[in-house]
Ligand binder design. Structure first.
Ligand code: ADP
Ligand code: MG
Ligand code: MG
Length: 193
């Protein structure tokens, strides 16, 4: 499979995972947010699938760009613009390199530029940052994905809706970290790396 086919597979698998786990994501978001994270991303996944069906890609950057624009325009809430910014920055970086670690790092920078969250604030950043470190050092495993996810449980949210709960956000996995875990599981399954 070509790189572009593998990346298409990655995005398709991510969409399948969020769709299959829509209720799990909504439940996590009910505990510390407004209960819509799974619904938001499932809507995005359907729009991405539609776009992919009508487009033939010969260019990685264009694929990431379309995913990013679709997420920004079709997914409401915090997560649409955040995932959208990630993919748009990934599209820019993909013009320079095919190195997935570097591309994902640019995506993380996009998330942080938009959402201003640092590591430890109980957001998707707490999944992306450690996973990318391991991808870059060649030590990326499913265990890292799950460990990073579980680590969000004991964090206190200081960004996004969950921050309204203060200390009561402690003890729950962050929904955006869970969807990001699906994103990185899909990466592992796709054969991109
Ligand atoms: P909303 O909170 O608007 O309903 P979602 O439920 O779709 O949006 O997404 C919530 C997730 O978005 C959170 O679990 C968290 O991971 C992520 N998030 C929220 N705010 C930020 C931020 N400022 N930076 C990074 N991620 C954030
Ligand atoms: Mg929500
Ligand atoms: Mg919402």
């Amino acid at each position: 499979m070509s790189m572009i086919e593998k990346v298409s597979k990655w995005i398709e698998l991510f969409g399948e995972k969020v769709t299959q786990n829509k209720e799990t994501l909504n439940k996590l978001d009910t505990a510390i947010g407004d209960g819509d994270h799974g619904s938001n991303l499932t809507r995005g996944a359907a729009a991405i699938r539609e776009k992919a069906e009508e487009t033939t890609y010969d260019n990685l950057s264009k694929l990431f760009q379309d995913v990013g624009m679709t997420l920004v325009s079709k997914v409401g809430g915090a997560s649409g613009p955040l995932y959208g910014s990630a993919f748009i920055e990934m599209a820019k970086k993909a013009k320079e390199t095919e190195d997935i670690g570097e591309i994902l790092e640019a995506g993380l920078n996009g998330i942080q530029k938009r959402g201003k969250a640092e590591v430890g604030e109980k957001t998707m950043v707490d999944e992306w940052a450690p996973v990318i470190d391991h991808i870059k050092s060649g030590s990326f495993t499913d265990e890292i994905i799950q460990e990073s996810l579980q680590n969000t449980k004991e964090m206190k949210a200081t960004k996004g809706r969950a921050s309204y709960l203060g200390d009561r956000s402690i003890g729950h996995i962050d929904p955006g970290a869970q969807s990001s875990a699906y994103f990185f599981e899909a990466l592992l399954d796709s054969g991109v790396l």
